[in-house]
Design a protein around this ligand. Structure first.
Ligand SMILES: Cc1cc2nc3c(=O)[nH]c(=O)nc-3n(C[C@H](O)[C@H](O)[C@H](O)COP(=O)(O)O)c2cc1C
Length: 194
């Protein structure tokens, strides 16, 4: 189904086809593809071109590193252990140029991650982002230095069979995706609810 705006302009297929699965296949993701994802992230815009994003990733084949990342997840995100690759996104919290707090660092990590998601979609991959992880543990166990904070985690891979999921997750996997209507999120000129 094509998603359109009220003007019938089609949403870009990369945006339309992106979604966050919980069932991932066993297929691994090549290092070249991973590089393309992080390269896409690199080209995001950022305040003062500070590029405050950093990423730590591990493929399942690198068992020790993958287990370290999967050990950060809350129990509700255990499904992500089946993904081929896990990553943590990280923000540099102060500006390089004067050391003052970068209020847009997390915003810009989100932009970079958005690029990564679209590039993944273009490569036939899916990414499921997660806020459900232990950021303090990540900082300690991954050697994230002072001045940097873990923002989110992501699971990358090829979509798997929803039948492999437990019932509750399967229901969520197959549910219709919901979005707020446009008039609830975009206002012309001033704040206005409908
Ligand atoms: C910052 C962030 C944190 C999220 N945390 C979780 C999470 O901990 N567990 C989870 O299953 N999904 C998580 N999600 C995925 C969202 O639930 C999902 O993107 C949303 O329901 C919309 O679905 P869609 O991505 O398929 O369009 C997170 C997404 C973002 C962007």
């Amino acid at each position: 189904m094509t998603t359109t705006t009220d003007n019938n302009i089609a949403i870009h297929t990369l945006i339309e086809n992106r979604w966050s699965p919980r069932a991932f296949s066993d297929e691994s993701v090549g290092e070249e593809q991973l590089e393309a994802l992080f390269d896409a992230a690199r080209w995001a815009p950022s305040a003062m071109n500070e590029q405050p994003w950093r990423f730590i990733y591990a493929a399942k084949e690198d068992k020790a590193a993958f287990d370290r990342l999967s050990g950060l997840l809350v129990e509700g995100n255990s499904w992500a252990k089946n993904a081929a690759v896990l990553f943590v996104s990280i923000a540099k919290t102060a500006y390089d140029f004067n050391g003052s707090p970068n209020k847009h660092a997390w915003h810009d990590v989100g932009l970079a991650t958005g690029n990564l998601l679209l590039q993944a979609t273009d490569l036939g991959l899916h990414v499921h982002l997660m806020g459900g992880f232990d950021a303090a543990k990540a900082k300690k166990e991954l050697g994230i230095p002072d001045g940097f904070e873990a923002v989110a985690m992501g699971a990358i891979g090829y979509v798997g069979d929803p039948e492999t999921l437990p019932e509750n997750l399967k229901a969520r996997e197959l549910a219709t995706r919901q979005r707020k209507p446009l008039n609830e999120i975009a206002f012309k000129g001033e704040w206005k609810q409908k």
